[in-house]
Design a protein around this ligand. Structure first.
Ligand SMILES: Cc1ncc(COP(=O)(O)O)c(C=O)c1O
Length: 300
């Protein structure tokens, strides 16, 4: 059966400061955010009723908006509290959380100096499927035709809706060819990231990942780098060229949605799922669990 469309679900959405019934959380077609992509968002995940790194996500949301030249008219505290209330109201335990901020309708041109800024937060159930046996097969990636733009060309540190246009095109192209996702190069021809996740490689017991100088420095990416260092693995952040993939033994993606996902193929290159990838998958799984519950489990 087809999934119920996202505008027809039940529950509530926090919209400009109040909880509104899900179906009533609408915006006008003449919204600047829709026409000119003056919109920023976050992708967050709740485990055991708590959003993992909520404060960092909210901070990034504010910063993404500032980079696009607007200020979200709600403090981080208000947003965090609204998120917690939203989860409680919907009895959501393992869930995806999507805050989105956009410029409204007062002006309808490139200039939108006096447009009001809106913020909505939606959350829906998203179980934490940690089925190592399935994930350990690894996913297959195509090479994307589009490249991540030069930071002099686009505001690449912002999680801005407009930057996802080439991600959707690339992901669709990959899916049409039977791949799960696509690996994107940057404007210099260096490896950048997948369409919604960061990328890592393993060679000779060391972890290599591109420097996030023109794409999102993922919260999961930073978490996994910390976890790897805690294990004593060396992590090298550097420029990586595509033909280096020939010599890499393993590859994995990181992201709020992807968590740590092994990759078995990128275009013509193949990888195994090695012990380092498996360790980091498991360490990440433990890391995202609410700390209070983890302590109770450890004590009991
Ligand atoms: C393009 C892109 N890169 C990387 C990431 C990973 O970021 P995070 O780990 O903060 O979810 C995401 C997901 O938000 C993304 O959309």
């Amino acid at each position: 059966m087809a999934q119920l469309p996202f505008d027809q679900r039940e529950g509530h959405i926090w919209y400009d400061g109040v909880f509104v019934p899900w179906a009533e959380a609408k915006l006008h077609v003449l919204s600047h955010g829709l026409h000119y992509a003056s919109s920023v968002f976050e992708g967050e995940r709740a485990y055991g009723g708590e959003v993992f790194k909520l404060e960092e996500h909210t901070e990034r949301l504010h910063e993404s908006a500032r980079i696009l030249g607007f200020e979200i008219p709600y403090s981080a505290e208000t947003i965090n509290q609204a998120t917690r209330e939203l989860l409680a109201k919907g009895n959501l335990v393992d869930a995806y959380v999507r805050p989105v901020a956009w410029r409204g309708s007062e002006m309808m041109g490139v200039s939108a100096q006096s447009n009001t800024i809106h913020l909505a937060i939606a959350a829906w159930e998203w179980p934490s499927y940690f089925k190592p046996e399935e994930r350990l097969k690894g996913i297959r990636l195509d090479m994307a035709a589009y490249r991540r733009p030069d930071p002099m060309t686009a505001p690449s540190r912002s999680k801005a809706a407009g930057l996802y246009m080439i991600c959707t095109i690339s992901k669709h192209d990959a899916e049409r060819k039977g791949y799960a996702d696509a690996l994107m190069l940057d404007w210099r021809g260096q490896i950048a990231e997948a369409t919604g996740a960061n990328v890592f490689f393993v060679k000779d017991g060391k972890i290599h990942t591109p420097k996030p100088d023109c794409f999102l420095d993922g919260i999961t990416r930073r978490t996994v780098i910390d976890l790897a260092k805690r294990r004593g693995f060396e992590v090298i952040e550097r420029a990586i060229l595509p033909d280096e993939m020939e010599g890499f033994e393993a590859c994995f993606l990181t992201g709020t949605a992807a968590e740590v996902t092994p990759v078995s193929e990128v275009g013509p290159y193949t990888f195994t799922v090695d012990a380092i990838t498996k360790t980091l998958m498991e360490d990440y799984h433990v890391e995202v669990q609410p700390k209070a519950a983890a302590k109770v489990a450890a004590a009991g």
